[in-house]
Design a protein around this ligand. Structure first.
Ligand code: PEP
Length: 261
């Protein structure tokens, strides 16, 4: 049984005080939950303070990007060993905003994934089609290419450590959510890709999150789908009440499923 992961992507929001305030509330309200893994991904300037506050808690910390070289003349970049040095556990890689505004490609995503894995960071690899691609019936081709090129050259052991986030770009920050059926169809497609490319163990073990306008009023239906194992949450992760509610509903859903086994 896959344990769901709910990750909050704070994007370029929250200064240090705001990060401390948000994390303090999350820690207080989510401390007893065990049916779900919880991650927050603050801006890089708040990583250290958030990591310190969450030491020995049930909430892990993720970065929003990572460079593929360990060190050197790469002004402005942050590397995997430096994130590891801070105690960070996860790293979002290939978010559509990085692809759209910062020239991220499947090839650079692949390099970042390999660097993260080499230093024991768990990559949250984002894939997803834009509206035009969905409307022209190309969504599955796009996702297939993103998976193939982004995960090229990984061993089975490496692939087992991935988290994949399916984020239809047309649903990110727009208030439009994929229907649970639309999302499930793509999640199954990605799981089949993992089965074909790596093994049953990879396909059955890898957590595939959904991302795109996840809120307290749509998480239950999304997460009840067979191949949806959690969520990458943007806007709603900035509001403590909404994020807490999303996490709690996801934890309840696991318990129901587990009891039903
Ligand atoms: C995201 O940033 O990954 C995201 C899914 O954003 P939102 O939840 O705001 O759509």
């Amino acid at each position: 049984m896959r344990k769901p992961i709910i990750a909050g992507n704070w994007k370029l929001n929250n200064n240090i005080q705001e990060s401390v305030d948000l994390v303090t509330l999350l820690k207080r309200e989510l401390t007893d939950l065990t049916g779900v893994d919880i991650v927050v991904c603050p801006v890089s300037t708040a990583l250290s303070v958030v990591q310190d506050l969450l030491l020995e808690s049930n909430i892990d910390v993720g970065a929003q990007n990572v460079y593929w070289e360990d060190s050197g003349a790469f002004t402005g970049e942050v590397s995997a060993p430096l994130l590891k040095d801070l105690g960070v556990k996860y790293c979002i890689i290939g978010h559509s905003e990085r692809r759209q505004y910062f020239g991220e490609t499947n090839e650079t995503v692949n390099k970042r994934i390999k660097a993260a894995l080499k230093h024991d960071l768990i990559p949250i690899v984002c894939v997803g089609e834009v509206l035009e691609e969905r409307e022209s019936g190309k969504a599955f081709d796009v996702i297939s290419k993103q998976c193939e090129e982004s995960l090229a050259g990984l061993t089975e052991e490496e692939a087992k450590k991935l988290v994949i986030a399916y984020e239809p770009v047309w649903a990110i920050g727009t208030g439009k959510t994929a229907t649970p059926e639309q999302a499930q169809e793509v999640h199954k497609f990605i799981r089949d890709f993992l089965r074909k490319t790596f093994s049953d163990a990879v396909a059955d073990g890898v957590c595939i999150q959904y991302g795109g306008s996840v809120k307290p009023d749509n998480i239950a239906e999304l997460i009840s789908q067979e191949d949806i194992d959690g969520a990458l949450v943007g806007g709603a992760s900035l509001k403590s009440e909404a994020f807490i509610e999303i996490v709690k509903q996801s934890s309840n859903s696991t318990q129901v499923t587990r009891n039903g086994i």
